[in-house]
Design a protein around this ligand. Structure first.
Ligand code: SF4
Length: 293
């Protein structure tokens, strides 16, 4: 298999088989991310993709799912993505579900009709690293799109019948923008009606441009308690019927599961208890050990 440079796979999707079709990230500018700093974006050569599929056809001829890598394979134009999906179906004829991930802006180069075709070829679920629905936050972290883009592009996915995930990045607005980040994200995410909302929590890895903002006094990180308070505010105002998962790196509360609206009260109670009784020093220590996203 041709796995090159850094690759990210979604741990909540089946993690085998995986197929890398792009390298790096087209954007590579988000202020909290260093993952692809030394990797230039490009599509994997089609010969590599085909060779990998031939290998998978030997190893897992009955495969029904596959996850496409790396940062944003979704950015490929329809004319590049469709032939890849055709090859997947050719070599793995039992394929039912092709998972892929990307940025909100990756959808701009595709029409609803094209998305419908991709769905017919198996692309039924997409994960979008949205991070925030608040325009000020999106601008400050250099995410490269606006809340209006989020609404418009997610509407295209809905119209095409493709399920999608939206992620909320807890803590990324710092103390300066925490409240707006939580409230506006809850509003925009609710409006988009994703099948799943996932929340992760900010870790300031070495080399992260946000660290420079801290030195300049332009960004004040949230404490562990403030991080949980922000998550609580987001949850309180989120009102879409979705699955909800959290990889808040430290919370002991079990917040993950389907039927968010049915569980919302319990999630809120769990977060409140965590804010009151959680061991914040221990949480901070655990976070400091994290090496990568
Ligand atoms: S967070 Fe995602 S879109 Fe932003 S630079 Fe990192 S990989 Fe690229």
């Amino acid at each position: 298999m041709h796995f090159t440079d850094t690759v990210y796979r979604n741990p909540y999707w089946p993690t085998y088989p995986l197929l890398q079709i792009t390298q790096g990230c087209t954007h590579n500018r988000c202020k909290f991310c260093t993952m692809y700093h030394n990797v230039k974006f490009r599509m994997q050569p089609m010969e590599w993709i085909e060779e990998d599929l031939q290998e998978l056809a030997q190893q897992v001829p009955e495969a029904k799912t596959i996850q496409l890598l790396s940062a944003d394979p979704l950015v490929l134009s329809y004319d590049k993505l469709a032939p890849v999906l055709e090859k997947i179906n050719h070599y793995l004829p039992h394929m039912e579900q092709i998972y892929t991930q990307g940025r909100v802006s990756d959808l701009k180069n595709k029409t609803v009709e094209q998305l419908k075709n991709l769905k017919d070829m198996g692309m039924r679920e997409v994960s979008l690293g949205v991070e925030s629905g608040d325009d000020r936050t999106l601008k400050r972290i250099k995410k490269g799109y606006t809340s209006q883009d989020i609404i418009e592009q997610c509407a295209k996915l809905s119209e095409a019948g493709i399920d999608f995930w939206m992620t909320f990045l807890n803590g990324v607005a710092g103390k300066e923008g925490s409240k707006e980040h939580a409230l506006k994200s809850a509003e925009i995410f609710s409006q988009c009606k994703p099948m799943l909302v996932g929340t992760g929590a900010l870790v300031l890895f070495p080399g992260t441009p946000l660290l420079k903002d801290i030195e300049r006094g332009e960004f004040t990180p949230l404490s562990e308690k403030e991080m949980l308070e922000e998550l609580l505010l987001f949850v309180e105002h989120l009102h879409c019927d979705c699955n909800f998962i959290t990889h808040h790196t430290v919370s002991g509360a079990n917040l993950t599961g389907p039927d968010f609206l049915k569980r919302k009260k319990r999630i809120i109670q769990a977060l409140r208890a965590e804010i009151k009784h959680g061991n914040m020093a221990q949480y901070a220590a655990i976070r400091s050990y994290k090496q990568s996203l």
